[in-house]
Write a protein that binds this ligand. Structure first.
Ligand code: TNX
Length: 523
């Protein structure tokens, strides 16, 4: 026989425990305005109830085509691992009585191509947008409205509720991106795909790949095979390096496109070219190929700007790259060409610009390219000299904002950081967030700014964990700077939203820097 106290204990376990678990860890999310979303949406209204995703939930499409089906499949793949549910995807011209509804509308000008509207009632979660791209961005919001466990890769036994209400949201800037330097250290295509997934989660839409520098050439060029056969063989510190075959690159481009992210390939020139110069002696003014380089000092290499073969080389490389790249841009670097005389640099950049345009692409260059005569379609990436950005604007060019002292992901957080560099600044999480693209410099005004890009240079980083540590959490702030209206942004409020993301980052196994500036919510 059991004693009374044992019985009471058993009752406690059977009756009280589930209630406790339910009320402690699964409060109903009834106030949509209290959910932490990064980037903060343009407008959020709460209606005080909840919608629940169940094993019966169907994803309906107002228009069933390859792109909308792709977004629905993406959503279903996102929700499947943690819920264990197999979502049916079905067409439905009219709004369904229950379920998730992805609807294309053409009525809402305010939303543009990337905006979306999310209307959640107790019965239907309706996501509408003018374009599939907008639906995709809206899915990223939906994801953050669900409990953090939705990011788990195994079935989690819990309720999948979303607070009811309405969100209307669209980006402030058209260009919101990051750059990954795969030259100084090579990163496998699997790492690049994870990078793409991580920036897509915060609605970024550009990934710039720095594909060639002194330390390594990372993209197969069929007409100049030694670039990778020789020039891809090492990296900073003397590791084995690596490169993407054209098939690998296409796979990356496709993976990014499915997430509505444009790949911007960069071949840096005329400086930062030791890997190419070492692969082909004829590109050197001396006619002699230097050794491969594994150090980190910059500014010592240059293509031979007065040899005709140099322009044949540039044309071949850009031609193959343009064919592989559906996006509108080719980035040609142009930075730190310290051993190219200005009288050689200017005609070189002018000619490279013509080559890029002859392949129906727009040229992007680091801010030094303003010394040349820029076409009005050319984009200047401000990293170093504000005066260069101003010169770009005076030439009618648009500017991408990547000022190193604010936006460089390879800058150390503080003097205790081991990864990264500090030549431009220490950039703590609050410093990375508390600035605005259009008020950094009086002459660089809103109309001249295409958007923001946060570059991650890889001299000091070798693994995906290293990448994530420098990226997170700063990248979320950069994403918000590019997406959200400045009047909605303030650090005191943002740091609470950021803190609430810690459980998500942990479940996504993102190795982030636990800044003491953020009151992290531990779980
Ligand atoms: C400057 S940014 C560079 C890169 C380095 C970076 C390190 C730019 C256009 N040039 O070559 O990797 O600093 O922070």
């Amino acid at each position: 026989m059991h004693s009374v106290t044992e019985k009471t204990k058993r009752h406690l376990i059977i009756f009280i425990f589930p209630i406790l678990i339910f009320s402690c860890t699964q409060p109903e999310p009834t106030d949509l305005t209290k959910v932490s979303i990064i980037p903060i949406p343009v407008s959020v209204e709460a209606t005080g109830s909840a919608y629940t995703i169940t094993s019966e939930t169907v994803i309906y499409l107002s228009e069933s085509n390859d792109e909308t089906k792709n977004v629905a499949a993406y959503l279903s793949n996102l929700l499947h691992p943690a819920t264990g549910f197999d979502f049916k995807i079905e067409p439905s011209e009219n709004e369904p009585k229950a379920g998730i509804y992805l609807a294309l509308t053409s009525e809402n000008n305010e939303l543009g191509t990337e905006g979306y509207e999310l209307e959640v009632t107790e019965d239907v979660m309706k996501l509408s947008a003018n374009q599939p791209e907008g639906l995709f961005r809206g899915v990223q919001t939906l994801r953050q409205l669900l409990p953090a466990d939705i990011e788990a890769q195994s079935v989690q036994n819990q309720q999948w509720q979303v607070a009811t209400g309405k969100i209307v949201d669209y980006p402030e800037y058209e260009h919101r991106g990051s750059m990954l330097d795969v030259s100084r250290h090579f990163f496998r295509k699997e790492d690049v795909k994870r990078y793409i997934d991580l920036i897509a989660a915060y609605k970024m839409n550009r990934l710039h790949l720095h594909l060639a520098d002194d330390q390594g050439w990372r993209i197969e060029i069929k007409s100049w095979p030694n670039l990778t056969a020789h020039g891809g063989k090492t990296e900073v510190g003397g590791g084995e390096g690596g490169f993407y075959t054209q098939e690998d690159y296409k796979e990356i481009v496709q993976y990014a496109a499915e997430r509505y992210i444009m790949i911007i390939p960069e071949i840096d020139m005329p400086g930062h070219t030791n890997a190419a110069l070492s692969s082909y002696p004829e590109l050197n003014c001396s006619g002699e190929a230097p050794e491969l380089y594994t150090g980190t000092e910059v500014g010592f290499s240059t293509l031979c700007t007065d040899k005709e073969i140099t322009y044949k080389f540039v044309d071949d490389v850009i031609s193959e790259l343009a064919t592989l790249t559906p996006g509108s841009y080719i980035h040609v670097g142009g930075d730190e060409s310290h051993v190219t005389a200005m009288e050689d640099y200017i005609p070189f950049i002018n000619r490279v610009q013509e080559i890029v345009m002859s392949h129906n692409k727009k040229m992007i260059g680091w801010d030094e390219v303003v010394n040349a005569e820029l076409d009005s379609s050319t984009i200047v990436q401000y990293w170093s000299e504000a005066d260069n950005a101003v010169m770009a604007i005076n030439q009618g060019a648009k500017v991408i904002m990547s000022p190193a002292y604010k936006a460089y992901l390879d800058m150390q957080y503080d003097s205790a950081s081991t990864l990264g560099q500090n030549w431009a600044a220490y950039i703590e999480v609050d410093e990375a967030y508390q600035w605005d693209l259009a008020s950094l410099n009086a002459t660089i005004t809103r109309d001249n700014i295409l958007g923001i890009e946060a570059p991650l240079w890889s001299e000091t980083i070798e693994t995906m964990d290293d990448i994530e540590y420098l990226m997170f959490p700063r990248i979320m702030g950069y994403a918000e700077i590019g997406w959200s209206p400045v009047k909605l942004r303030n650090w005191e409020e943002y740091k609470l939203r950021l803190a609430a993301q810690s459980s998500r980052l942990k479940i996504m196994q993102v190795d982030y820097y636990p800044s003491t500036k953020v009151p992290w919510v531990t779980n």
